[in-house]
Each structure stands twice: as C-alpha cells, then as structure tokens.
Design a protein around this ligand. Structure first.
Ligand SMILES: Nc1ncnc2c1ncn2[C@@H]1O[C@H](COP(=O)(O)OP(=O)(O)O)[C@@H](O)[C@H]1O
Ligand SMILES: [Mg+2]
Length: 475
C-alpha cells in the first residue's frame, strides 16, 4: 500500500503539527460554545413556555366572546406563539399569534398526529408544523381534562447559533492562517543555526582526512549552551578541534618520517657507492684471486648495486612525498614507450612484446625522466613477475581529456592477498622468485607517486586470464 509522501523536514513537521493542534483546539472551542449557547437558549425557551402555563391555548376555547370575563388574556404573547387545545387526542383549536392577534391554523393530519403525540409532562419537545417550521412545545393538562399545548418557534435560536458558527469559522480560519504563517516563520528562524551545523558537519564528513594537507572548516558561531542547536554546535566545534589536533600531529609525524627517509637516503648514498667502488677495484686486482674471494666480491658488488637502487627509490619517494615541484616540459610519450619497450625486449627476449601505438605522436606535459620510470617499472614487472613466453601488450591511446597507457600480460596475475595494496610501499609477493630477482616492492609505489604528481591515476584490473595496469594522464 503506497501512502502519499509527506515532506520530511523538521521544519514542515513542526509547523504542520502546530497548525493541526491549533485547528483541533479551535474545533473543540467552536463545538463547545455552539452546544453551550444552543442548550442555554433552549432552556430559556422552555422556561418561558412553562411559565405561560397554557394560558394561550386555554383562551382559544372562548374565542369570539370578548365580553366573557372568564376569557384569559391573550395579549402579551410573543409573536409566533403557537397554541393548541386537545380533547381526547383530537385537536379542537389551534392558532398562532401574529401581530398581536390570533390566527386560526388549519392543521394537516401529520401535524395533528404530531401534536397528539407530545407527552403531557410540562417539558420542552421539538415538533414540526407544516408551513411554520420547527417548534419547541410544552403540553400541560387543562382544568377540564383537555391538553393545552404552547409552542415557540425554534428558528430564532437556530439563526443565532448559525450566526455564531459563521463568526467562529471566520475568526478561527483567520487565526489559523496567521498562526500557520507565523509558526512557519518562527520555526524557520529557530532552526536556521541548524543549517550551519549541517553544513559544517557535511564539509567535515567530506574531508580527505586520510592524507595530505586538510583545511578544516571554520568553527560554528552558534554555541549557546541553553539551546539544543547551540549544544550540537558546541559539540561539533569540540570535535573539529580534536580532528584539527589529530591532523596536525599526523602531519608532523609524516613530515618527520619523510625527513628521516630523505636524510637516511642521503647518508647511505656515499657509503654504498664507496663499497661498490672498492669491490670493483678489488675484482680488477691483477694477481690471482681465489675463487671464494672472487665470489664474495661479486656478491658485494651486486648487492651494493641493489642497495643503491633502493636508496635512489627511497630518495625519489621522499622527494615526491614532500611535494617538490616536478619538471614541466612537453614529453613525447610515443617515443618514450617505444624506447622503454625496446629496452624491455632486450632484457626479456623470451617474452612476446606487442606494441600498440597510435599514428600521431602523443605528448603530455610533465617530467620525462620520472615518466620513463613509470613505464620502465610497469614493463619490468610484466617481465619479472611472469614466466618466459608470456605475451605483454603495451598500448598507448589518446582520449578526449586523457592519455591512456596500459600494460597487459597474460601471466599468472597479481597474487590475491596483495592485490588491494599493491601500490603501497614494500608490498610484494613473498615468492622466492621476487627475492632473488632483487625486487624491493617499491616499483609500483613509485609509479603511483609519479602518476599522482602528474594529476593522473593508475589502476590494476585483474581479469581471469590477464593482468592490466592502466595509467591515465591528463592531456
Ligand atoms: N604484471 C604482474 N604480474 C604479476 N604480479 C605482479 C605484476 N606486477 C606486479 N606484481 C606483483 O606486485 C608486487 C609489487 O610490485 P612492485 O611494487 O613493482 O615491486 P617489486 O617488483 O619490486 O616486487 C610484485 O612483487 C608482484 O608480486
Ligand atoms: Mg617492480
């Protein structure tokens, strides 16, 4: 069952609730006053009828004998007074006062029947007389066993009551309109500070708190502790303060970490280079070198080479983290991809390298050296993390706003456990292969950092039969 949708805002609900309550109160007051007034007027009418004590209907018997001393006084009866005299349930006389004289009534059968049915109890009853309308009548027993009915028209009372109803409807309607408008305005005014709270809370909710520089929104001005909205505002301000503190601390820690990585890298560079130089020097010794010593020296040489790559990668990441400006120059991506694939083909002749380049050369603005590193790292991964004979497709396309570079291979794929964090530092599959290949787990972290510094994105999509790394750079 579908219900009509009501507006859900607090504003609308408060205003509507107020108006409905007021309408109910008005209706109660209206019904109450109308009933009370009607009851009071009828009671007074009944008193009047009882007091008249059947004098007017009794007088009807003596009609036409004005000299009769027994004839009761008919004057002084109100205009419209009805009198009827009944003998054995039959109406003998019936008249109505009109401008101080009696006017004989010809009753219909129904009227006569109704009159005969009035209980003789000296209390008021309603009956309808044809041509005259509704009457309030009182029946009393006369001296000679007859029944004397006196009645007064109800329509003046009905008119008064209708008048009151009309006036109340008008007044209450106007009051509802004015109150509704005032309530809507007042509710809006009272809830206005809540809008600012909502605004600020929404902005905080959208802040990228996990990383980078974050600009906190201004604290809220409405913090009156006597109002609910003020308390919410104060709580939100306290929360803003805590978040701000936490952010400052996080940024300080990150800064320190970056500095440490950069310092350590710088400090390591020279000793590692020295180590490698000495190993090379020792290997070039003219005299005979025992095989174990040669092996040890060669291991020293290759490991120090690996270590200097690691140090260079760490330094590069530290520089990118610090947000150092990159070189901004036109880079011929087509050329770059072509060269890098040539290098990869030379290093991995057992893989099938498939190039898919567009006709026109594609250029982007950026740092050629770093972009070369991106392409080289992705190609190196496609070579070192797949078995020989794997097809690697290198594709460059240019879209409307982006240049898209993809490296796809049909190798075994990125292992499931590291797929989510594969672009994080030191994340690598813990296989014997990658250890011996001298992998550090920094390659994709560098790819991500460089691409992000170029305002681009890099994604990994793992299909059942192929792995796709996709880099998008703005044109
Ligand atoms: N083309 C690929 N196929 C399968 N696994 C991959 C591929 N590229 C990356 N990986 C996985 O992602 C890990 C992280 O890569 P990377 O950051 O370049 O580090 P490294 O190559 O030094 O191990 C790799 O160790 C490897 O397990
Ligand atoms: Mg790698």
């Amino acid at each position: 069952m579908s219900r009509p949708r009501l507006p859900r805002t607090l504003r609308v609900r408060l205003t509507a609730g107020l108006v409905v309550l007021l309408a109910l109160a008005c209706a109660a007051v209206g019904v109450g006053t109308v009933l009370a007034l009607e009851g009071f007027l009828i009671e007074r009418l009944d008193q009047q009828l009882v007091q008249s004590g059947g004098r007017f209907p009794a007088s009807l018997e003596h009609e036409g004998r004005p000299d009769d001393d027994n004839r009761p006084d008919t004057r002084g009866q109100a205009d419209g007074t009805l009198g009827a005299r009944l003998l054995d349930g039959h109406t003998t006389d019936a008249a109505v006062v009109h401008r101080d004289t009696d006017r004989r009534l010809t009753l219909t059968n129904d009227d006569a029947h109704d009159l005969a049915g009035v209980p003789v109890d000296g209390r008021g009853h309603d009956i309808h007389i044809t041509g005259l309308g509704t009457y309030r009548v009182v029946a009393v027993r006369g001296d000679d066993g007859d029944v004397l009915i006196t009645g007064l028209p109800l329509h003046p009372i009905e008119e008064t009551v209708h008048r009151l109803e009309a006036v109340e409807t008008l007044v209450f309607g106007a009051a509802l309109l004015v109150t509704g408008a005032a309530a809507a305005y007042w509710v809006r005014l009272s809830l206005r500070p809540l809008d600012r709270v909502v605004d600020t809370a929404t902005r905080v909710a959208e802040l990228p708190l996990a990383g980078g520089e974050v600009a906190m929104p201004e604290p809220l001005p409405d913090t009156d502790p006597h109002t609910e909205v003020g308390r919410v505002g104060a709580a939100l301000n306290r929360m803003l303060g805590h978040i701000g503190d936490a952010l400052t601390r996080r940024q300080a820690v990150e800064e320190r970490l970056r500095n440490f990585a950069a310092d350590a890298g710088h400090e390591l560079r020279t000793p590692v280079a020295t180590l490698r130089g000495h190993a090379e020097l020792a290997l070039r010794h003219p005299g005979p070198i025992p095989p174990e010593i040669r092996h040890a020296l060669e291991r020293m040489q290759s490991e120090s080479l690996r270590m200097s790559t690691l140090v260079e990668d760490l330094l590069l990441l530290a520089r990118l983290d610090a947000g150092r400006p990159l070189v901004h120059e036109p880079v011929d991506l087509t050329r770059l991809v072509l060269d890098a694939t040539g290098d990869a083909r030379a290093s991995g002749p057992d893989h099938r390298w498939i190039l898919d380049l567009p006709e026109e050369p594609i250029t982007v603005t950026g740092d050629e050296h770093r972009l070369h590193q991106v392409v080289a790292n992705l190609l190196a991964n496609a070579r070192t993390h797949t078995p020989p004979g794997t097809d690697v497709t290198v594709r460059l396309e240019s879209g409307a706003a982006h240049v898209v570079f993809t490296v796809t291979d049909n190798g075994p794929g990125v292992p499931e456990p590291i797929r989510r964090d594969v672009f994080d530092r030191f994340v690598r599959a813990d296989t014997g292969r990658s250890r011996t290949a001298g992998n550090t787990g920094l390659g994709l972290a560098i790819v991500k950092a460089v691409v992000t510094a170029h305002h681009g994105t890099v994604t990994l999509t793992q299909h059942p039969d192929h792995t796709e790394f996709r880099v998008e750079l703005p044109r």
